[in-house]
Design a protein around this ligand. Structure first.
Ligand code: 5GP
Length: 192
């Protein structure tokens, strides 16, 4: 656990219906660069021996923490796009991802030329809930035949399916804040 992050969640987070934690004043709408830098440093510390060559995330909320992790691990960061752009050609890896908060399915894509078979990637995202976003990136990694050396999330909701899914796959999972439950609008953090 990271005390400054837990304190910030207690101070600025609000619990919405549907087990959604709103943290849009420091993480995924307004962004606190100093906090992101500390999160990036912590990810780098936890994965320093994992021989990471690249970081993968999904736009848009994963980008800020992923870039900071990339800065401290000194590796490039690739974000999967949710919308096809005219500049994206057909040379893509794609996967379908059901969005927890938006309740729509997006096709995410990464240009093939940014992944090489000898890459060891670290997947970073803002939240881990049911694991759909991470699963989409795992699907792409599998198609691209690259190794996933770890998954790092800023906040995991441990009571949802994603935590189990990633650990069952034998992948090192690091959550900088781990939420055990929401009780009466309060965040209860896991005790380890
Ligand atoms: P999953 O794919 O693991 O089910 O959900 C993770 C994705 O949904 C994250 O990329 C994040 O954008 C969004 N998400 C899931 N749970 C929450 C939440 O409690 N609060 C916010 N703000 N986003 C969430």
């Amino acid at each position: 656990m990271m005390k400054i992050l837990e304190d910030r969640i207690r101070q600025d987070g609000t619990v919405l219906t549907g087990n959604v934690l709103k943290v849009d004043n420091f993480l995924n709408h307004q962004v606190d660069p100093q906090l992101m830098n500390e999160l990036g440093q912590e990810f780098a510390r936890r994965f320093q021996d994992a021989h990471i060559t690249k970081i993968l995330t999904v736009e848009s909320s994963g980008i800020a923490p992923a870039v900071m992790a990339g800065l401290h691990l000194n590796v490039p960061v690739i974000f999967a796009r949710k919308h096809k752009s005219l500049t994206l050609t057909d040379n893509l890896y794609t996967a379908k991802v059901y969005s927890y908060t938006k309740q729509v399915t997006n096709e995410i894509s990464i240009d093939r030329r940014f992944l090489a078979a000898d890459d060891r990637v670290l997947i970073i995202d803002d939240f881990l809930a049911n694991g759909q976003a991470v699963q989409g990136l795992l699907d792409i990694a599998k198609t691209a035949q690259i190794t996933v050396a770890g998954v790092g999330v800023v906040i995991e909701k441990r009571f949802q399916k994603g935590h189990q899914m990633v650990t069952d796959a034998g992948i090192q999972l690091e959550a900088l804040a781990s939420i055990a439950s929401f009780e009466a609008g309060q965040v209860i953090f896991a005790q380890d």
